[in-house]
Write a protein that binds this ligand. Structure first.
Ligand code: NAD
Ligand code: TYD
Length: 347
């Protein structure tokens, strides 16, 4: 049996990852440590405790809390750590940068320290995977589609979010270089799929369109992201965790660059809603123009490539939100409305 500590497992990608592990790796025991911030929701893992009573446990706690981490490491013989826990939304990082520094930098450092101490420098067969993002590389020119982010592209983050993620990556790499601590880093492009919090582009636009609300497109709508279905991301993380080379970075991407405005119109067309719902609004500060991942390393070394096609999965994703209205109602009650008004009213 392998024991895996998943942090941030009640969020969008973490919950999809936990479901993948429990369904596909029968000899893994999963500990999910999550602070349950506005983005964390045990509704993302409904039925998991009943389905896997002997292989799953939830711990409510903060990665910044050294005591809780030490207790988890004392109570369990942990083999693998996958650190998803983070503040993950660029717009919120513009409003509250310090929160991002606390969780994404100090929290990750705390996790590295406690793991290093309790593993007592005996790292054989141990693995710590830091889930990072392509946003650490900064932005790409849109007039040169040949250029993509590779693992050796210099780090040049622009938002407080991406700067905090880059900081955690550098710390993780420093722990590998200095202590031989068994680190792996993945840098993935934009994910979409079930259970994504509706502050992010795709679920926000679906929810607004369904409710005949305006769809706020930043700037000219021509910013480009490289979209990957969440299950593909989770499978890539598992491949890196099990077979990646320690100390290495692995880029993960969908080879699927799309302009924001094209996604928004696709959503409206799928739902049979008018394009007049689109409202161009003031651009995001420091808005990166284009992200694109060169994922040839993970394909060549670990034989991973995306299985899912955007043209099909965007429909599956919209259908998922349409048939999970209770989930949506639950996550947009409370804090969400205040956030939405603060971010969008009068914009
Ligand atoms: P999310 O915001 O949906 O979930 C984050 C989770 O972390 C939530 O469950 C939250 O409660 C938890 N959390 C926050 N602070 C915590 C703390 N201090 N201690 C413990 N738990 C805490 O985020 P997501 O979209 O699922 O992203 C997960 C990870 O993947 C993040 O590290 C993010 O940077 C990275 N990532 C995301 C994307 C994307 O497109 N969403 C792409 C690449 C990388
Ligand atoms: P987002 O989902 O926040 O992901 P990220 O900023 O991490 O790439 O945004 C994706 C793109 O969509 C980004 O270019 C910003 C844009 N966007 C809008 O135009 N309107 C919105 O309301 C949101 C949330 C995002």
């Amino acid at each position: 049996m392998k024991t895996i500590l998943v942090t941030g497992g009640a969020g969008f990608i973490g919950s999809n990852f936990i479901r993948l592990i429990l369904d596909s790796e029968p000899d893994y025991f999963v500990i999910n440590l999550d602070k349950l911030t506005y983005a964390g929701n045990l509704g993302n893992l409904l039925g998991i405790e009943e389905k896997y009573p002997k292989r799953y446990v939830f711990v409510h706690g903060d990665i910044c809390d050294e005591m809780i981490l030490t207790k988890i490491f004392t109570d369990h013989d942990i083999d693998f750590i996958v650190n998803f826990a983070a503040e993950s939304h660029v717009d919120r990082s513009i409003l509250q940068p310090n929160l991002f520094i606390e969780t994404n930098v100090l929290g990750s450092a705390n996790l590295l320290n406690v793991a290093k101490t309790t593993w007592k420098e005996r790292f054989d067969s141990k693995r710590f995977l830091q889930v990072s993002t392509d946003e650490v590389y900064g932005t790409l020119p849109e007039d040169n589609p040949e250029i993509k982010f590779t693992e050796s592209t210099p780090i040049q983050p622009h938002s407080p979010y991406s700067a905090s993620k880059a900081s955690a990556d550098l710390l993780a790499q420093a722990y590998f270089d200095t202590f031989g601590f068994p680190v792996l880093i993945t840098r993935c492009s934009n994910n979409y799929g079930p259970y994504q919090f509706p502050e992010k582009l795709i679920p926000l636009m679906i929810n607004n369109a369904v409710n005949d609300k305006q769809l706020p497109v930043y700037g000219d709508g021509k910013n480009i992201r490289d979209w990957l279905y969440v299950q593909d991301h989770c499978e890539a993380i598992l491949a890196v965790l099990q077979s990646g080379k320690l100390g290495d970075v692995y880029n993960i991407g969908g080879n699927n660059e799309i302009k924001n405005i094209d996604i928004v119109t696709m959503i409206l067309d799928y739902l049979g809603k008018p394009h007049s719902l689109i409202k161009y609004v003031t651009d995001r500060l420091g808005h990166d123009r284009r992200y694109a991942i060169d994922a040839s390393k993970i394909k060549n070394e670990l034989d991973w490539e995306p299985k899912f096609q955007f043209s099909e999965q965007i429909g599956t994703t919209i259908d998922w939100y349409l048939s999970n209205t209770e989930w949506m109602e639950n996550v947009i009650s409370g804090e969400y409305q205040k956030y939405y008004d603060l971010m969008y009213s009068g914009r």
